[in-house]
Design a protein around this ligand. Structure first.
Ligand code: SF4
Length: 345
């Protein structure tokens, strides 16, 4: 029987799609698949809440992982509005902050499954480890993710497979179950030992990567969802600067350095109000929403607080409505720190 299966596999290599985050677990899962002569295709998802950008570590770690895996094909998928809808209204609720982990896994597995069908692959695999994450990696939840993704039976978790019911690839003999693993723990020691075996030394911290688990970011998200639409632009804005809620319908974002000032200008939209100091160095501010005269006055007071010399004397701040509004200059004393704190989100 085994001989027949082996010869079948020699004729046609089985293709599988692996969800590759760039972290250690998914890289190890892919290694285990390659060891069993599976032809691996990686799929990597990003969302507006990834801490990575094309220039920063998260995305680079996927490229590193692909190299570790011998240059397997990689497809990247950016999740946008569809993902925001999940964050706004997750069917299975939030984790410790604003992280809808179960719904997040379902949409990613579903999309990976669609890709699997498109390229004629036979199954999916992930780097999930039973018991590692309290919300999304419990046995019952893994089952639920399989069912609601629409690919139940076609998903293998190579690092914990021996503790889970056999999936179709094991039943069909495409994978030898005894060569899969039985990890179950919040400890990462077994994965680290396996990384040593495979000579993998460069992998990112497993906790990083998702802003939705960050308490400060989650607070800003809740504020945004309370008072306005959740759009990709507003979500991007949450990643930049200090945020102040002036009134339910108006907020101010103030850059913390040159890079953030430039980022704010790049994210500013028509009808936003752009604040900038004159005669002294200081940040760029973007007012968004229905700012009336009183909100503008508060905004310049907050802006003045962060300008050079802004803790004592008056500061001149211009404000103009984008894109072509006439600039107005207001000379103001900085707002007192206690008052600034009242508006900080
Ligand atoms: S931590 Fe973030 S990226 Fe990871 S499963 Fe949860 S919501 Fe998704």
């Amino acid at each position: 029987m085994n001989q027949r299966r082996t010869s079948t596999r020699k004729r046609t290599r089985i293709k599988a799609v692996g969800l590759l985050s760039g972290g250690l677990d998914s890289t190890l899962a892919a290694k285990l698949m390659l060891e069993q002569k599976i032809e691996v295709y990686a799929i990597n998802f990003t969302s507006p809440f990834c801490t990575c950008t094309p220039k920063k570590a998260g995305c680079a770690s996927v490229v590193t992982a692909v190299k570790e895996l011998g240059g397997i094909p990689l497809t990247r998928v950016a999740l946008g509005n569809e993902y925001l809808e999940i964050v706004r209204n997750p069917k299975h609720g939030y984790g410790s902050e604003m992280n809808p982990c179960i719904d997040c896994r379902i949409i990613k597995v579903r999309k990976a499954g669609e890709y699997m069908r498109d390229i004629g692959a036979s199954f999916l695999f992930t780097g999930e480890v039973l018991g590692q994450r309290p919300m999304s990696q419990r046995r019952a939840v893994l089952k639920l993710i399989d069912r609601e993704s629409g690919f139940e039976g076609s998903i293998v978790r190579p690092l914990s497979a021996r503790l889970l019911p056999p999936a179709i690839p094991e039943k069909e003999g495409w994978l030898e179950r005894e060569r899969l693993l039985g990890f179950r723990s919040r400890s990462r020691k077994p994965q680290m030992a396996l990384a040593v075996k495979y000579g993998i030394v460069d992998y990112p911290c497993p906790a990083g990567g998702c802003l939705l688990t960050d308490p400060g970011f989650a607070r800003r998200m809740k504020d945004l969802m309370t008072y306005s639409e959740l759009t990709v632009n507003d979500t991007e804005l949450l990643k930049v600067g200090r945020h102040f809620r002036l009134m339910p319908q108006a907020k101010l974002v103030v850059g913390r350095n040159k890079e953030e000032n430039e980022r704010l200008l790049g994210l500013a939209k028509r009808d936003d109000i752009c604040f900038s100091p004159i005669e002294v160095k200081g940040p760029i501010g973007i007012g968004r929403g229905n700012l009336n005269r009183e909100h503008v006055q508060k905004s310049v007071g907050i802006m003045a607080r962060y300008c050079d010399g802004g803790t004592h004397g008056k500061v001149k701040i211009t404000n103009r409505r984008l894109p072509n509004g006439k600039p107005h200059v207001i000379s103001t004393m900085p707002m007192q720190e206690d008052n600034v704190a009242e508006f900080r989100i």
